[in-house]
Design a protein around this ligand. Structure first.
Ligand code: NAD
Length: 277
């Protein structure tokens, strides 16, 4: 099943598996077991963050899996209170150590935290880290257009990705159009609505699921893949991990895709990026 995950080419030439596994809210004590399950199911792309507190568990699962490093894609993120130059370098070292890796595939600024006004400085630091080879690619998360504009005008490095809250009921048209225009791939977090928005019960979703003999979650993941989003749904349950990975044997029709896209309601379920500092 592993080989069936498509890869996308980032603006720095590196490739990323379009479907991965996220570990937000995975308890540190359970992380090794859960990530081991995910790797056994076939996931090769893991999305974590320093603030999730579970990088060590991720690292242990990777190390004991026996999977060649070159087959894995690992993302982690710089937390807000570590933004800056030396603090970001130190935080990156700590993440690498906890993960037990000598490089990560992708390192992200977790939130712009604009009240601190350190995201441009942090971005320059990430560019240095990338130059050193210890992060193959670098990107940002939860950046809105004005934040991205500052990176583009004040530095000469374009983020490879912007990881943002995105699902059919909240598609972030403005930031996704800006990203597309500048060659920045979109990673959709909360792809299933985090259970806070009843996406899986929407009639157009359940109808498409029935038509294809798939589940509503598989339909939503398929919508993301067909949109071009990079996506890493999270579940602690192995059967759901397998369900979320089994999305490459069907395709939403043009009509199904359009009716699901019409679920847009324009409301985020999580915090506004300007308010997380
Ligand atoms: P998600 O939309 O993936 O929702 C996860 C929840 O959906 C699970 O807890 C589970 O209850 C439910 N679920 C999963 N599979 C299901 C299935 N097949 N059927 C029914 N319900 C199912 O939300 P998320 O975990 O917040 O987002 C995914 C990943 O995105 C995270 O794990 C993390 O890696 C990343 N993320 C990043 C940020 C950020 O600020 N950059 C914020 C949140 C999440």
């Amino acid at each position: 099943m592993t080989n069936s995950v498509p890869t996308l080419t980032l603006n720095d030439g590196h490739t990323i598996p379009q479907l991965g596994f996220g570990v937000f809210k995975v308890e540190p004590t359970e992380t090794t077991r859960i990530v081991t399950d995910a790797l056994e199911v076939g996931y090769r792309h893991i999305d974590t963050a320093a603030v999730y507190g579970n990088e060590e568990g991720v690292g242990q699962a990777l190390a004991s899996s026996g999977i060649d490093r070159s087959e894995l894609f690992v993302t982690t993120k710089l937390w807000n209170d570590k933004q800056g130059t030396q603090s970001a370098l130190d935080a990156f070292d700590e993440s690498l150590e906890k993960l037990g890796l000598d490089y990560v595939d992708l390192y992200l600024i977790h939130w712009p935290a604009p009240a601190n006004d350190k995201f441009v400085e942090s971005w320059k630091t990430l560019a240095e880290i990338r130059k050193s080879g210890r992060a193959r690619s670098i990107g940002v998360s939860n950046f809105l257009v004005p934040h991205l504009e500052r990176l583009l005008t004040e530095t000469d490095v374009v983020p490879a990705v912007n990881q943002i809250e995105l699902h059919p009921a909240y598609q972030q048209a403005e930031v996704t159009a800006f990203a597309r225009e500048h060659g920045i791939h979109i990673e959709a977090w909360g792809p299933l609505g985090q259970g806070k928005y009843p996406l899986l019960e929407e009639g157009v979703v359940t109808a498409a699921a029935e038509a294809h003999g798939k589940t509503p979650a598989q339909v939503i993941i398929r919508w993301h893949l067909q949109t071009g989003n990079i996506v890493f749904p999270k579940s602690n349950r192995r059967e759901r991990m397998a369900e979320n990975f089994d999305v490459f044997d069907f395709e939403l029709s043009h009509t199904e895709f359009a009716t699901i896209s019409a679920l847009e309601r324009g409301g985020r379920v999580s915090a506004h990026p300007n308010e997380v500092n």
